[in-house]
Design a protein around this ligand. Sequence first.
Ligand SMILES: C[S@@+](CC[C@H](N)C(=O)[O-])C[C@H]1O[C@@H](n2cnc3c(N)ncnc32)[C@H](O)[C@@H]1O
Length: 276
Amino acid sequence: MTDARADVIAMYSRHPISAQHILSKIGPGPHPPEALWPHDQDHYGGLAANERLAEAVGMAPGMKIADFCAGIGGPARWFAHVKGVDVTGVDLCPDRVAGAAALNEAVGLSDRVRVLEGSIAAAPLPDAAFDAVVSQEAFMHVPDKAAALAEAFRTLRPGGRLALTDITFPAPLAAADRDLLRRGLMFNSCVSPAEYVAAFEDAGFEDVRLTDLSAEWAEILKERLRMYLELREETAAAGAPQGDAWFYRAYPRFVELIATGGMGGALVSGSKPEFR
Ligand SMILES: C[S@@+](CC[C@H](N)C(=O)[O-])C[C@H]1O[C@@H](n2cnc3c(N)ncnc32)[C@H](O)[C@@H]1O
């Protein structure tokens, strides 16, 4: 296993948003799916961001969806419950995969949501099996974005659509920031919005669209930093994973860089052509 992968697994095994902490707050279940929504969305913008991603791929009842880097499965369960789809997630971190299974079980969604352990750079999924692939705030961890985009393309049926949100880098960061964000937040690949569109096109996607989320994320991230600081105390009291010192060192600088335009965020989507 590469160092980058091992570091990502280590970070998410200690992440302050964990199934262990959520279940310690709400109890083991059974619960309605809605009970998890304030706790299990590990991305910016919560449920509204799920809605926007669903819209970007034209999600409709009965579809089969792949969620790349599904984490503890918050978006996957929301898509299954609200949009009436069947979701197969992939996540690198065994603790996130186990956490997703525990939360699926707690809300009775195990038959329509599953998260498999694996890397999206070599996804454990069949060819052309999915109507849509979605992903939220995870591709920045993957050193080889081209391989992950190729896997999304491979697993989509012709005509299917990929939509992802990710952090973007309008210009290269100073070396000290790059190192801090790699060490604390595992940002392992940094591309500009234009490079993202080119990467989609190189992977074979057409009708590629990019929505700039930077201004929106600047506000959301300030709130998220406050949430992490609260969670740090709460998780310590609950004996749940808390995040490491580097995470808390890097996060304020990340929020500052997004607020000042040194970094940004985007939703990028594209379709696999019907005929090739
Ligand atoms: C910020 S979390 C997002 C989780 C989820 N998408 C959500 O919105 O709640 C990023 C996730 O990406 C996963 N991840 C990072 N690199 C990966 C890779 N190469 N393959 C699969 N999962 C990966 C991490 O384990 C983590 O669960």
